[in-house]
Design a protein around this ligand. Sequence first.
Ligand code: NAD
Length: 258
Amino acid sequence: MTRIAVVGAAGRMGREVCRAALEERDIELVGGVVEPEAPELGADLGELCGAGWIGISATEDPPDNAEALIEFTTPEATVEHLSYRRPVVIGTTGLSEEQLQRVEAAAEAEPVVLAPNMSVGVSLVREVVRDLSEKLGAGYDIEVIEAHHRNKVDAPSGTAFLLAWAAAEGRGSDLDDVAVYGREGRAPRREGEIGIHALRGGAVVGEHRVVFYGVGEEVEVVHRALSRRTFATGSLRAARFVATAHQGLYSMRDVLGA
Ligand code: NAD
């Protein structure tokens, strides 16, 4: 049994993780953290996520008996919550370089899983993209295209970065040197460039495409998240892992043993 608390329990992902946790036999939901001034403070966590009353209230801080925290909030809140000093699964995306360094520093003392995409499929797609990039070689132009719902704040998505890094890695290049974010005006394609494009609208849960444009063929890898449940289930898998892991920074690849 792994006892978890969800940080950001009133958000879209937080509610989904609570709902998923209540359905798992080997996971016990012992707490949910919401913003200090949030109207959801004190609300029943089960009612908050639509699963019915469970007798556990949303609080400002996680309870002491939580063995792992699952965090889906904002980059600022995520970094602030490192002071809880607990094993944590971080699903929040859009962290700056400096914020990532603070996560790395925290991981020297506690186990941290940092996963911009918790779905099992994306972890495998990442491997496929790296392989394709390596084997197709420099004659193919790579473009990464992602689409998300209209409320998503950060762009491009953490997953688009993950896949673009994999594509760059496959070719032995550094993404920072070859990434181009959107194109406008006079913008001819440079050799080795990796284009990254973000679409926003409606209720799209998350779509990622990596296209390898050759001269006589195109290869396209697509991942579509159909519901937030896929991320929630992945985060619970990561929570089971992190609760017993040694200190250190882990990715979904470590969790899945991939
Ligand atoms: P959301 O806006 O619906 O939820 C975020 C919640 O965090 C809000 O309820 C907000 O009140 C709460 N929050 C902010 N500051 C807080 C604090 N100090 N204490 C407690 N709660 C606080 O957003 P969302 O769609 O749930 O996404 C949250 C994050 O997760 C985003 O960064 C998103 O990109 C990311 N995400 C990651 C994955 C993944 O697989 N890793 C999947 C989906 C979304």
